[in-house]
Design a protein around this ligand. Structure first.
Ligand code: ADP
Ligand code: ADP
Length: 231
């Protein structure tokens, strides 16, 4: 379970102070698949980055399972992230000089996982995303949808319980977007909890739970659905 209570995030630059999140409250239960939508600049990426422990928050409480994230040292936080979190970035962030196998291997090496175990996991993950036969290809030899699937394989290789995806279909045409969505649905059925930021209302509707972030807070979606039903 992932719980944020009163989480705020302030970006302070020389001239301006931006409240990217303000008194943000959210509970994500084990096994959920949540789509996060909201206007540009509303705080979606900030929320996901904080959830993934990629950036600090300014105040409030973030609990991941029974761990108080705000109380951890840098090393403890890095360990927790490695154990529990998989992150799929906007854009694929693949390393152009490494083939697919090596791209998926990078975070496993970083975690000190032994070669035999690495091989097993990489092959299984590439198989799961349907790219086993392409292991030796470079990212540039693949379509956008295939590259996104490699990025998903890389996140899965760490066997994360929480998969956080920032616009995983943002750069894809609608067919490839649907295929990536189907893959995420399968991963969710296999047990991972998924939080996905998306601009695509059609994909969001497919997710069992939707939240909308407006002005750095979770909006009351029933209000919006009520409005939508009337129109
Ligand atoms: P979204 O993902 O919903 O588009 P973001 O979380 O990226 O929104 O941004 C929320 C707000 O925080 C925006 O006003 C944005 O300009 C601001 N912001 C995001 N990152 C930074 C940063 N590194 N420095 C200053 N302001 C930032
Ligand atoms: P590094 O691995 O270089 O220490 P981290 O991503 O762990 O980088 O942290 C980036 C910076 O943000 C560090 O200076 C860290 O102390 C700070 N920080 C504080 N709280 C958090 C948090 N909850 N999540 C991520 N970073 C945090």
């Amino acid at each position: 379970m992932l719980t944020m209570k009163n989480v705020s995030k302030v970006y302070q630059t020389e001239m301006v102070q931006t409240h990217a999140l303000r008194d943000f409250d959210l509970e994500v239960k084990e096994g959920e698949f949540i789509a996060v939508t909201g206007p540009s600049g509303s705080g979606k990426t900030t929320f996901l980055n904080i959830a993934g422990m990629l950036e600090p928050f300014s105040s409030g409480q973030y609990m991941l399972d029974d761990v108080n994230v705000g109380a951890l040292s840098d090393n403890q936080r890095a360990d927790l992230r490695n154990q529990k979190i998989g992150f799929i970035f906007q854009g694929f962030n693949l390393i152009p000089d490494l083939n697919l196998y090596e791209n998926v291997e990078v975070p496993l090496r970083y975690r000190g996982i032994k070669a035999a175990e690495r091989k097993k996991r990489i092959e299984a993950c590439l198989e799961q995303v349907g790219l086993a036969s392409r292991a030796k290809h470079l990212p540039q030899q693949l379509s956008g949808g295939q590259q996104q699937r490699v990025a998903i394989a890389r996140a899965l290789a760490g066997e994360p319980r929480f998969l956080l995806a920032d616009e995983p279909t943002g750069n894809l045409d609608s067919l490839m977007a649907r295929q990536v969505m189907e893959l995420l649905e399968q991963i969710n059925r296999d047990g991972a909890t998924i939080v996905m930021v998306t601009h695509d209302p059609e994909l969001a509707r497919r997710a069992p739970r939707n939240i909308q972030i407006v002005d750095g807070q979770v909006a009351d979606l029933t209000l919006y659905q009520g409005v939508a039903r009337q129109t």
